[in-house]
Ligand binder design. Structure first.
Ligand SMILES: *Cc1c(COP(=O)(O)O)cnc(C)c1O
Length: 445
């Protein structure tokens, strides 16, 4: 399909892309031999318009963040109205309606007990904040009980992903998180095996034997347990049994370990529940939100915690929580987050997610039988194909663009997580493109 709105001339496009290739870092690619980048001119609804004229159906939601599509008039209006008043004021000593309204919404929507909100800039920072909160809480508890502080480590599971900053990276999967490069500087934590019983499979209590043993052995050293609820995203698009998360909650309670749930990828309906914790009917002590929080418009994240944690930290020697980003509570971000959350309910997110899930179940799941495929799985608005071989990213990307879709696989995984407003027809085009590339040898290593 051709996009008529491009106003960047071909020679300008070439010079922009040349500069980009020479001087601009892109995520997870070499600076010496970078994977190609495609120049985007605009985006509208579920379409990304390349400067070269192609129009692509977006299967990625710009890394899980876009819910209601690009260039949405209501989200644009929220930004413009806020910008006309003020874009930002410092959050130390000042506050504003957009932030207050957002925090009230988050408290009302998230599982019970999460009543205090810390706003920050990005998902990774919200994880840093969650970990620091847990450590400062244990410090305050030890102080109050006049005991030595021993709870200084975290426990997590393998295959996890929690962000790229140092504390967050220290609880990412040790192999895919490339811990060996940073071994000398990274905090050392405990890792349990990744949950192995899949969502929808038969539960067995054997699943938590090793996890339980780690809690028993090391609980006196463990401040908090951190996990992505139900979906291990970047670590492999694995969907695990809700009973596992319930077991984590019980173990944390038994051993006085805080439960941190990282809902950055799963929040706001993605798995078919508003928050993935709801599959296990648990409330964490600390919850991280990000990605979809502003409907994919601007970076913003939140760390919610219980009143008990906030009170314990505040009554400790420091008297306050030791964190305060410059752009904390950014007004533009809060305003667009409020509008995005309102749209979620106006648009009936549950039926949107159900429609996506139904289509993926009927079209994507059968690809499990393809000779190149190990497994095809679907949960809510997430569909993933695990292949036998790793993909050739440059080639498969080129083919997807030729086929009019934007899908960016990694490792052995081809996955889609489209904006909730995608139509059945557009979703079908995404799955058809995946089916096409599965039959092309040069798309795989
Ligand atoms: C993306 C992600 C993060 C990191 O968020 P950024 O905004 O990229 O810093 C953390 N945890 C999970 C589960 C994520 O998917």
């Amino acid at each position: 399909m051709n996009n008529k709105h491009t106003n960047i001339t071909p020679s300008k496009q070439n010079s922009l892309l040349r500069f980009d290739k020479e001087n601009v870092w892109h995520p997870y690619t070499s600076m010496s031999e970078p994977l190609p980048s495609y120049l985007v001119d605009s985006a509208q609804g579920v379409n990304i318009n390349l400067a070269s004229g192609e129009q692509l159906i977006d299967g990625m939601s710009s890394w899980w963040s876009v819910l209601h599509g690009y260039n949405h008039h209501k989200l644009n209006a929220a930004l413009q109205e806020q910008a006309a008043k003020m874009s930002h004021v410092m959050f130390g000593g000042l506050t504003h309606q957009s932030a207050i309204t957002l925090c009230e919404k988050l408290i009302n929507l998230t599982p019970e007990g999460l009543d205090k909100v810390f706003l920050s800039d990005s998902g990774s920072v919200s994880v840093e904040v969650a970990m620091k909160m847990a450590l400062q809480y244990q410090h305050a508890v030890a102080e109050k009980n006049q005991t030595n502080l021993t709870k200084t480590k975290l426990l997590t599971v393998k295959n996890g992903y929690h962000g790229d900053t140092f504390a967050a990276m220290s609880v990412c999967d040790p192999v895919t998180g490339m811990h060996q490069i940073f071994e000398q500087v990274l905090m050392q934590h405990y890792f349990a095996p990744a949950p192995s019983i899949k969502f929808g499979e038969q539960w067995s209590n054997d699943e938590t034997i090793e996890l339980t043993a780690l809690f028993e052995q090391h609980h006196s050293e463990i401040a908090a347990f951190i996990i992505e609820p139900i979906v291990q995203g970047t670590g492999g698009m694995r969907f695990y049994h809700p009973e596992y998360l319930r077991a984590c909650r019980l173990l944390c309670d038994k051993y006085k370990v805080l439960l941190i749930v990282d809902e950055i990828a799963t929040g706001f309906g993605r798995t078919g529940k508003l928050f993935a914790c709801e599959w296990a009917e648990i409330s964490p002590d600390i919850m991280c939100l990000g990605k979809t929080l502003t409907g994919g418009y601007i970076t913003l994240a939140a760390t919610l915690c219980t009143t008990h944690i906030a009170k314990t930290i505040s009554e400790g020697a420091a008297g306050c929580f030791m964190h305060g980003p410059t752009f904390m509570g950014n007004a533009l971000a809060c305003a667009v987050a409020n509008a995005s959350i309102d749209l979620l309910f106006e648009n009936d997110w549950q039926s949107q997610v159900l429609a996506i899930e139904t289509t993926l179940n009927s079209l994507l799941k059968p690809l499990a039988k393809h000779e190149r495929v190990i497994d095809a799985r679907v949960l809510g608005s997430i569909g993933a194909i695990e292949c036998k071989q790793t993909v050739n990213v440059a080639q498969i990307q080129k083919r997807f663009v030729e086929l009019g879709v934007w899908i960016r696989p990694f490792g052995k995984l081809i996955y889609i997580i489209p904006p909730l407003i995608i139509t059945t027809e557009q979703l079908t085009a995404l799955v058809n493109a995946i089916t096409t590339v599965l039959n092309e040898d040069d798309c795989f290593n």
